[in-house]
Design a binder for this molecule. Structure first.
Ligand SMILES: Nc1ncnc2c1ncn2[C@@H]1O[C@H](COP(=O)(O)OP(=O)(O)OP(=O)(O)O)[C@@H](O)[C@H]1O
Length: 253
């Protein structure tokens, strides 16, 4: 197989449990710098696809390549070290630590320092200044000393993005970033995701149920239906696709 220039390639990926086919021959090639939305009805296999890519579950068949390198059987932390970052539907933050400490720990891990939440963070150290930069980027500069657990859902999502940025991933998986976020906070969070993609040039794969958010953010949309990719195209073409309309958009209306 020749090397691929895609940042992320999913090749004939299948996953079955006890005879039930959850994913069947899923193929997806994401060029570097592209942002792709993954939509589909409940139970279509979106989270399972993310779990395969991030290494939580092993596929029954198929391959996953990150920057052309086969990571199908790599452990989760090695995928992260290779440049894969992920957020989860439920928050993955340390609620009892401050906003700054959450990001500083991620930055420290990348910069190779000793992980310490006991040490009083000097605002001048490298990890702290990286953390403060990313917190400013996501609009949380004035909340650095607040405990992460006390943030609104929308601000928790922004904090998760700052944590991701501190780890400097090349490919980011966003799992329902708008889940639980108040309607009024959705535009601000969309802008943070747009800025993250624009300013860091990272490749993004995003599962999201808010169709309007997906259509306004992404280059292409993959529609997953009963464990297979039903369509993969630009947002306008996806919205106009009769197959997609009847399988998903019509059902969701
Ligand atoms: N490890 C597993 N064992 C058994 N069944 C599983 C497993 N993982 C996923 N499933 C099943 O696979 C199907 C797809 O689930 P998945 O969570 O990937 O869907 P989804 O598209 O993310 O749905 P939602 O939009 O509701 O989050 C579901 O029917 C689920 O019950």
């Amino acid at each position: 197989m020749p090397p691929t220039s895609a940042a992320l390639t999913v090749e004939n990926l299948s996953f079955a449990v006890g005879g039930a086919k959850i994913l069947t021959d899923v193929n997806l090639e994401v060029p570097s710098g592209e942002i792709i939305g993954v939509i589909g009805p409940n139970g279509a296999g979106k989270t399972t696809l993310f779990n395969m890519i991030s290494g939580i579950h092993a596929p029954t068949a198929g391959r996953i390549l990150l920057d052309g390198k086969d990571i199908t059987h790599e452990r989760i932390h090695r995928r992260a070290r290779a440049g894969l970052g992920r957020t989860f539907q439920t928050s993955n933050l340390f609620p009892g630590l401050s906003v700054l400490e959450n990001v500083r720990l991620a930055a420290q891990r990348r910069l190779g320092g000793n992980l310490s939440v006991l040490r009083f963070p000097r605002r001048s150290d490298d990890a702290t200044s990286v953390a403060l930069d990313h917190l400013a980027e996501v609009g949380l500069a004035d909340r650095v000393d607040v405990l992460a657990g006390g943030l609104s859902h929308g601000d928790k999502r922004k904090l998760e993005i700052a944590v991701l940025l501190a780890m400097d991933p090349s490919v980011i998986l966003l799992d329902e970033p708008m889940a639980g976020v108040a309607r009024a906070d959705v535009p601000g969070l969309s802008e943070v995701i747009r800025g993250m993609h624009r300013d860091h040039g990272c490749t993004v794969l995003m599962v999201e149920h808010h169709i309007d958010v997906v259509m306004g953010l992404v280059d292409r949309v993959a529609v997953l239906h009963q464990g297979t990719i039903l369509a993969l195209d630009e947002p306008g073409k996806i919205m106009a696709d009769p197959l997609v309309q009847s399988a998903y958009l019509g059902a969701a209306a």
